[in-house]
Design a protein around this ligand. Sequence first.
Ligand SMILES: O=C[C@H](O)[C@H](O)[C@H](O)COP(=O)(O)O
Length: 267
Amino acid sequence: MLRTWVRPSAAYNPLATVRKKFVISIATMNAAKQAAGYKAIDNHLLPSFKYVGIGSGSTVVYCVERIAQLREKVPEINSMYFVPTGYQSRQLIVDAGLPLMEIDQFSAGELDIVFDGADEVDSQLNCIKGGGGCQFQEKLVGKCSKKFIAVVDDSKISQRLGEHWLQGIPIEVVPSAHKKVAVDLKRLGASKVTLRSGGKSKAGPMVTDNANFVLDAYFGEIAPERVAELDRSIKLLVGVVETGLFDYADEVYIGRTSGPTEILTRK
Ligand SMILES: O=C[C@H](O)[C@H](O)[C@H](O)COP(=O)(O)O
């Protein structure tokens, strides 16, 4: 994306210094995500596993990259099945040549583990997810997995959800219910509710992998002990398919932009 706005004559451009810093910071951020993704796989992908969930977003790309790298050293990987949380992760699995299975074959606790990204993580390992609109299938795969490992970079870490992730909790809704749910969410205490747009790629609202819409609802900073209750209240609204509040991460791998990956474990 950067390349589209930087002119070839950037060497003479006063913005060049800014550009250089920006490029370095993205590279550093990606290196942090990669280190965390690799470490999560190295520590948790056991040869005895049969079914492995793969989350969505830019960070899990490194988890899949690491799994593909390990195939020769750990041949058992070739007999595992990888279960996606949406079209993006499905494509990652297929492109890496890994065996694919769909989530409709599974029920609670039948997957050994899932590796996933997150948009924000609080001090109790509660997460906001769904920045890419995949929260429903991510929660489905998460609920079918024995273990949930989140992999993030250090910009995602907060004391309370809503501290850094200001666009709001992503809430997947049935399209015909979006207006009603938006009003309901305001009554529940959201200060801002936005129907997510398809942006430049699609006119009108963004449509999820399940053909639904997403409302982003900002509830301010949410104390960790309020997360489960708020999740339940939102879920009760007619028209809501799923929320992006996740309260069951077992471990979080934090890729540090300066320093080694940190691991937080649920107590
Ligand atoms: O819907 C998207 C997912 O919840 C992602 O896991 C989340 O947005 C984090 O993505 P990224 O790793 O690109 O920051």
